[in-house]
Design a protein around this ligand. Structure first.
Ligand SMILES: Nc1ncnc2c1ncn2[C@@H]1O[C@H](COP(=O)(O)OP(=O)(O)OP(=O)(O)O)[C@@H](O)[C@H]1O
Length: 674
């Protein structure tokens, strides 16, 4: 008997322990998770006339079987089933199914059949994928799946969940808003998105799901800031003259955008309210120094400050840079990463508790879990979109009035920022430090690597350094990955015997990784062959060439991040994308990288390519991502939801009981991650 949507999916027919595990990898554990596991695309299997079909297009063709189906075998496993089909306009085509001999039973001479497959124009053949039944829906949903999980099982599980749990699906939007915007119920939307009977129904369902997601997000955002707007912030009274001395000793002059950002942040620190500010600037634009100066101001004002970053490599880099730039503060600065011994960690935590350590740099996980601060006045969070609203709230609860500065490498326009960041103020670094030269990006095929070696030789001869990055193909293919890294290193060792080549990948122990990175940083190694571990934030200005192998396997935003590891000094820099994209789309994507250097434009293009439900892919777009909605294409819905939530908060008392209950239930749900 269905009881709640929190039931495990194990209650469904056909879902055994193995499938439960496979679903869990997709984040699907409960019936609710399953119902909200939405298709990321549809195979449209409407019947179409032959003349309108392009080569390699997936289509359904209907006709009469006019030759007996014949199965021929090659070897033990491979087979080919073929027959001829006379279409309704009397054209005759060949249909071929590979390795599905059993379909023989579903097709007989003179049958009228609809076959779904890929059209091969030159051979005038339909490469069959499915023999359709009368009952088949013309829209076939395609879900993100994982190893050991067939599409058909997902379809069947969702269909069962909809049938049995449908009546329990709660409404997610107040009824007066559904009426005002002519939105269907949440239940009908789920039905319509998994099992649409027409485009119209699908579009309407999608519209509701997107609005619902934005509404929920805006509710979390606005109720959180609603609660905090009245919050008195910790006022940081720092001596501006002392700060100026620190600024004067920097090895470079701040750009005008950097100065402006520092001023804005420092004014927030002095003010009696808690700072909520986003610092945005494209890769390499110089955000770090701005954050550092805010931290220095915090310390001068007598508070502790913390910087949280996504990786240990980055934490270490920031720690070293901070100590180099501000040697007077080195003793009070602590690095909190998992690599340090537990004795060191205990000492550090004690130091933080007692207030001896005034600057703490570490990874998100460590700082948020294990630390109690003596007097934390400023928290800087690098890469906001990996940090949930919930986690932020937790830190705020522990440190009332805390000033928060977040950083993102994908600047978004002001109008969008209002909807995404809510009450947060925004500082933007537009221009790059002076003397920077545009990075020259080139596409090369595997066959052209010899030419590439010549260029590498030139770079090395100029005593500059090179990154060589390989994709992580699949988490389960770690061993291949290590092998690939080692193969490339062996090859480069041969070609460049006079230079030191280091490797860096996720299977190495953390201290080994740190040693490799340190060697590269110190120019003891001239080439770093790495997986995407170097993606975020790594800063070695002497590196001027980035080579990315199998570039077609990366997301565009990720390529932009990787490319941003070079061009960080005044030397000309180069990015080589090695790849052999086989599709038009693949070629077009890489061309965007050659033509475009603006991170926002690239992220937009990346997001556009990703479908609804391609959650993991979308998270890589660099922009704040939603599970189903797209902040660029669905921005009208986002704005609407923002206004509607603001209205609901102001008129909460006037709403009917039912709508208030819907809003209250939003408070209890897990929060969306930005
Ligand atoms: N005003 C400046 N003049 C010259 N160099 C600068 C200036 N500001 C920063 N830099 C240098 O530019 C490089 C990039 O700066 P930084 O690491 O702060 O970029 P970022 O915006 O954090 O980039 P990413 O998003 O890639 O981490 C660093 O080597 C830094 O020392």
């Amino acid at each position: 008997m269905p009881t709640t949507l929190n039931d495990s999916i194990a209650v469904l027919k056909g879902i055994g322990p193995k499938s439960v595990q496979a679903f869990a990898q997709l984040g699907v554990v409960t019936i609710a998770d399953l119902l909200y596991h939405l298709p990321f695309r549809f195979n449209d299997i409407q019947e179409r006339p032959l003349a309108s079909i392009l080569d390699q297009e997936k289509v359904t063709l209907k006709g009469r079987v006019i030759t007996p189906p014949v199965v021929s075998y090659f070897g033990r496993r491979r087979s080919r089933l073929s027959f001829r089909l006379e279409l309704e306009d009397h054209q005759v085509i060949q249909v071929v199914f590979f390795n599905q001999p059993y379909l023989n039973k579903q097709v007989a001479l003179n049958d009228e059949k609809s076959i779904y497959g890929k059209w091969d124009q030159t051979r005038q053949t339909l490469m069959g994928m499915k023999v359709l039944k009368e009952t088949d829906n013309i829209f076939q949903p395609v879900y993100s799946a994982t190893k050991g999980l067939r599409q058909s099982l997902i379809v069947q599980a969702i269909s069962q969940a909809l049938a049995e749990y449908g009546p329990l699906i709660p409404e997610a939007v107040p009824s007066f808003l559904n009426e005002r915007h002519q939105l269907m119920s949440s239940r009908a939307a789920l039905q319509g998105i998994h099992q649409p009977q027409s485009y119209k129904q699908y579009e309407a369902a999608r519209r509701k799901i997107i609005y619902q997601e934005f509404f929920d997000y805006q509710w979390q955002l606005q109720t959180a800031s609603f609660n905090h707007r009245q919050d008195k912030g910790l006022q940081v009274h720092y001596d501006v003259e002392v700060l100026k001395v620190f600024i004067k000793e920097l090895p470079f002059e701040l750009t005008s955008d950097q100065k402006k950002a520092v001023n804005e942040i420092c004014l927030d620190l002095l003010a009696p309210y808690a700072m909520r500010r986003m610092l945005q600037g494209d890769v390499g634009s110089g955000k770090t120094i701005v954050a550092f100066l805010a931290m220095v101001a915090g310390v001068i004002g007598g508070y502790q400050v913390a910087l949280m970053v996504p990786t240990e490599i980055l934490a270490k880099q920031h720690y070293q840079n901070f100590c180099n730039l501000f040697p007077d503060l080195e003793d009070q600065t602590g690095l909190l990463i998992s690599q340090i011994s537990s004795k060191e960690k205990n000492e550090l935590q004690l130091g933080i508790k007692k207030g001896f350590h005034q600057v703490i740099i570490g990874t998100h996980a460590l700082i948020q879990d294990a630390v109690s601060f003596h007097k934390l006045g400023l928290l800087v969070i690098d890469e906001q979109h990996r940090f949930g609203v919930d986690q932020r709230q937790l830190l705020l609860d522990q440190n009332p009035g805390l000033n928060i500065l977040q950083m993102t490498a994908t600047p978004i326009p002001r109008s969008l920022a209002l909807s995404i960041y809510g009450d947060m103020s925004v500082s933007t670094i537009q221009s790059l430090p002076s003397g920077r030269q545009p990075i020259q990006t080139r596409l090369v095929s595997e066959k052209q690597v010899d030419k590439l070696y010549l260029h590498m030789q030139e770079i090395l001869a100029k005593e500059q350094q090179i990154y060589y990055v390989l994709p992580i193909i699949d988490q389960s293919e770690h061993l291949d990955q290590v092998e690939n890294v080692l193969n490339v290193k062996a090859k480069l060792d041969q070609v460049f015997p006079d230079y030191q080549i280091e490797i860096l990948h996720g299977q190495m122990a953390k201290d080994q990784q740190a040693r490799a990175m340190a060697a590269f940083k110190a120019n003891e190694a001239q080439v770093l062959v790495a997986t995407t571990m170097v993606e975020v934030g790594v800063d070695v200005p002497n590196a001027t060439m980035m080579i990315i192998q199998s570039a077609e396997r990366f997301g565009l935003a990720q390529l932009h991040q990787l490319r941003g590891r070079v061009g960080r000094g005044n030397q000309p820099s180069f990015c080589y994308l090695i790849g052999n994209p086989t599709t038009e789309q693949g070629k077009a994507r890489l061309k965007i990288m050659v033509d475009e250097s603006n991170g926002f434009q690239i992220s937009k293009a990346d997001l556009k390519i990703r479908g609804m439900g391609d959650v993991l892919g979308r998270q890589q777009s660099g922009l704040p991502t939603f599970k189903y909605a797209n902040i660029i294409e669905d921005s009208d819905s986002l704005n609407q939801a923002r206004q509607d939530v603001a209205w609901c908060l102001q008129h909460y008392q006037d709403l009917n009981q039912n709508d208030r209950e819907i809003l209250n239930s939003l408070n209890q749900k897990s929060r969306i991650e930005l």
